[in-house]
Design a protein around this ligand. Structure first.
Ligand code: NBY
Length: 815
């Protein structure tokens, strides 16, 4: 039974009807009287009710979309970090009040029900979460846009901290089933690996026949993406790998039991696990298989459906379909679409190429050289023989054209090749095969144009554009900070909540001067801090002082993000308190969270340092409640939703020029935290939006970093030698100050022996200074709340609704 929509036959619109339906459903799923039901039963029941309602709308939607009247967007991404869905669905359906009140009356704990949902960790961080925000906004704005990715059996590892160190535990998210997906075995397709290509001439045309391949079945699982209080329901399609025949019977019957089993597990291994690295390229065969897997399966279904509704013709495909590739992991879309058009549909190469470029657009998410994907040519050639031939032909034609147009620039032309130095350069493939290439913040896009992809920009200036990232306010503000949502509603009305309308939060600006409003804003923050403190007390046994500043850095652990700079400053504060326990300092709580890639030894050392410092500081009676340090384990979307609303300082301290955009910075801002950051990524645009008086910026600019890196001139040792604070702190890292076994030689060496690649020491003094300014401003609570209000008021442009509208205008042109 479904609830609400008066046009469907399903109706449980009123609280009373919902109450009845809920009780009945709980009894159905548990087989017990309602009074005997567990939280798990209640969760399953509510999830089912929600799905019944949404799938009814979904069916109506799909039949409309299948007619292909509107242009459709497909996000191809190797990660979708969607977070828990139950509450988001309830809110998007407009059921929130009904559900909250009814459950309350029934004495059922809604929060506990929500906590039953295993948070799917099908992404590493920013890149995967961005896709989830984009899906939410696309549906909220009523655009037909869908996700296409992989249904990993194991998501990102669960992080435990044992003896101060990160320990990785498998994330068995499907253990108890997942109620929000629908498997569609009838829509499974075959993906072909390895084998040979035979060429045959048929009616004067070359035919390329892929033979002796290893087939793998791709089975789609669809998750509905429900728009906010509208009738749009889009889809996130995640593919799972299965052997073509569940069990290779003939091999088995011949007595090759192990071999038969091996075939099965080889096939299944493709969607077994998410690669846990967020910025390091892993040139593993399995990863390449994953990339082709969801590209091939996704395109196949899109093409089939398109043809079915267009009398078998692909002619109008680029006018109706946008294939948006999220970083280079799906860049094989370029040769695969070419393969379909040329080999299967019989188009001439030039026509097919034109169609391909028109269909595909590409977003880059990083300028870190270690993240750029380059596959060994022989690996691609062996695994994907026909696709490789097509890449070769794309490359050959590209270099030919370039040498024709720029005969005096042969070196530059060759440097832009897709195939060179024995490798397939995926970014080059993506740029050459797309009509649009964008960075994710103004500064990042500028760096792409002027440095990373400078030569491509010279050749294709019109292809390059910029779309600043955004985040969904529906999850990260309205959903996770109900106190703030209500205050905003009461103050400026409810219009700001309409999709695409978040900039109307600017109506709040006059209230930044209003003492009563600021007081309320402060009270809400305090309550959110208490909520987080309670969680930390319960899960870690650490007691926080909710009157201290909550200074938060939560994100993946990476050298360029410089958690190290933050913790070095904490050690400084600790040293100051030890030498003067009665110093009049503003109490601070430093909260860290984030995962390190399991093979990233240095990042794991940083985690250990943070935890070691936390142990020492939190247990030193001298410090009292003036300083606390917490590392919250297992940072994921649901932990994030607790943390952002409680934050007062948002630490965004990456080395300038390294963080493409950042999206945590936007989530903090929406919740009224003030940014303490470098002029990097989207911090620049946050500063621009709120004015320099309402952010705390410090440190080297991207140009200064660039100049040091290209012309030299930075000596970390000199900085060290001229700063006695650094001498003391770095000495403590290796002297056993934090305990006998707690030496940090690797970190010490990176800073002094290897000249501090990320300019931690260089930015240390300015960072200390800005932290002092933060403390002073905090003493004036009126001023602080005013700044907080101004930040919230200007956060509308960082809604992913705005990003999607920008993509629509600049890239997809759906309307
Ligand atoms: O994408 C992040 C950027 O660092 C961040 O600044 C930006 O806001 C965000 C959204 O645009 N990039 C990111 O998260 N990258 C990855 O997660 C990632 C994952 C895997 C690989 C590379 C990057 N890989 O090579 O396997």
């Amino acid at each position: 039974m479904a609830i609400t929509d008066k046009n469907t036959k399903h109706k449980v619109k009123t609280k009373e009807a919902f109450r009845k339906a809920f009780i009945k459903k709980v009894e159905e799923v548990s087989g017990e009287d309602f009074s005997e039901s567990t939280t798990r039963h209640q969760y399953e029941a509510l999830a089912e009710l929600v799905m019944e309602e949404i799938t009814a709308e979904w069916a109506v939607n799909n039949s409309r979309l299948h007619k292909m009247e509107e242009k459709q967007i497909y996000f191809f991404s190797i990660e979708f970090l969607i977070g828990r869905l139950l509450k988001a669905y309830v809110n998007n359906l407009g059921w929130d009040t009904m559900v909250e009140e009814t459950l309350d009356e029934l004495g059922v704990d809604y929060e506990a029900i929500q906590a039953e949902e295993h948070d799917p960790a099908l992404g590493n961080g920013g890149l995967g979460r961005l896709m989830a925000c984009f899906l939410d906004s696309t549906a909220a704005l009523g655009f037909p846009g869908h996700g296409n990715g992989i249904r990993y059996k194991y998501g990102l590892f669960e992080q435990k901290i044992i003896n101060d160190e990160q320990v990785e535990v498998a994330d068995i998210w499907l253990k108890n089933g997942y109620p929000f997906e629908i498997v569609k075995p009838d829509k499974a397709v075959v993906v072909k690996y390895n084998g040979d290509v035979r060429v045959e001439e048929v009616n004067g045309k070359m035919q390329f026949i892929h033979e002796n391949y290893d087939p793998v079945l791709a089975v789609p699982y669809d998750i509905p993406v429900k728009g906010y209080r509208n009738n749009t329901v889009n889809s996130l399609r995640l593919w799972s790998a299965k052997p073509v025949e569940d069990f290779d019977l003939s091999t088995f019957n011949q007595g090759h039991f192990l071999k038969a089993m091996q075939r099965k597990s080889e096939a299944e291994s493709i969607s077994q696990i998410l690669y846990p690295s967020d910025h390091g390229f892993e040139g593993k065969l399995l990863r390449l298989k994953q990339e082709y897997f969801f590209v091939c399966a996704g395109l196949k279904r899109i093409v089939r459906r398109y043809k079915k509704h267009n009398h078998g013709s692909m002619d109008g495909f680029p006018d109706k379909i946008c294939i948006h590739i999220n970083d280079t992991h799906p860049a094989l879309c370029v040769p695969e679409l070419m393969r379909i058009l040329v080999d299967e549909e019989g188009y001439d190469w030039d026509v097919a190429w034109d169609m391909t470029i028109k269909s595909i657009s590409f977003t880059n998410h990083t300028v870190l050289p270690e993240a750029l994907e380059k596959w060994p040519i022989d690996m691609v050639q062996k695994l994907l023989p026909r696709v490789y031939q097509i890449i070769e032909e794309i490359n050959r034609r590209f270099i030919n054209d370039m040498n024709w147009f720029y005969p005096d620039q042969v070196d530059r032309n060759y440097s832009m090749a897709i195939l060179k130095d024995g490798q397939v350069h995926m970014a080059h493939l993506a740029i050459i095969g797309s009509h649009s290439v964008n960075g994710v913040a103004e500064l990042h896009s500028k760096i792409l144009r002027e440095e990373t992809f400078k030569d491509f920009y010279a050749v294709f200036p019109d292809r390059f554009t910029s779309v600043t990232n955004g985040v969904t306010q529906r999850r990260f503000m309205m959903g996770s900070n109900p106190g703030l949502k209500t205050l905003l509603d009461d103050t400026i009305g409810t219009d700001w909540k309409k999709p695409g309308n978040m900039c109307s939060l600017e109506a709040l600006l006059p209230y930044a001067q209003d003492a009563a409003f600021c007081q309320k804003l402060g009270d809400i923050k305090h309550a959110n801090k208490e909520r987080l403190a309670k969680y930390i007390k319960e899960t870690q046994g650490i007691v926080l002082n909710p009157d201290s500043i909550f200074d938060v850095q939560v994100k993946r652990i990476h050298e360029y993000k410089r958690q190290l700079l933050n913790i070095l400053h904490v050690i400084l504060t600790y040293n100051q308190l030890r030498s003067n326990p009665n110093a009049d300092i503003v109490p601070k709580t430093y909260i860290f969270a984030g995962k390190a890639a399991p093979s990233y030894v240095y990042a794991k050392e940083v985690i250990r340092l943070i935890n070691v410092v936390a142990d020492r500081v939190n247990n030193d009676p001298l410090v009292k409640d003036k300083l606390k340090v917490v590392f919250v384990p297992n940072f994921n979307v649901s932990v994030a939703e607790l943390i952002y609303p409680a934050a007062e300082i948002s630490e965004q301290i990456s080395t300038a020029g390294k963080e493409a955009s950042g999206t945590g910075n936007m989530k903090f801002m929406m919740n009224g935290a003030l940014t303490l950051g470098t002029m990097d990524g989207a911090n620049v645009e946050i500063a621009e939006a709120v004015g320099m008086d309402n952010v705390f910026t410090f440190g080297l600019s991207d140009t200064e970093v660039y100049n040091y890196n290209t012309h030299g001139g930075y000596r970390s040792l000199e900085v060290y030698e001229s700063d006695s604070r650094l001498q003391e702190i770095l000495g403590q890292l290796i002297s056993g100050f934090f305990g006998e076994s707690a030496g940090f030689q690797m970190i010490y060496d990176s800073l002094l022996l290897h000249n501090d690649t990320y300019f931690v020491l260089k930015d240390f003094a300015p960072y200390v200074d800005i932290q002092d300014i933060v403390s002073n401003v905090y003493r004036d609570q009126k001023q602080w709340q005013k700044m907080s209000a101004i930040n919230i008021a200007h956060s509308g442009i960082f809604s992913s609704d705005r990003s999607i509208e920008d993509y629509e205008k600049r890239v997809w042109k759906v309307k």
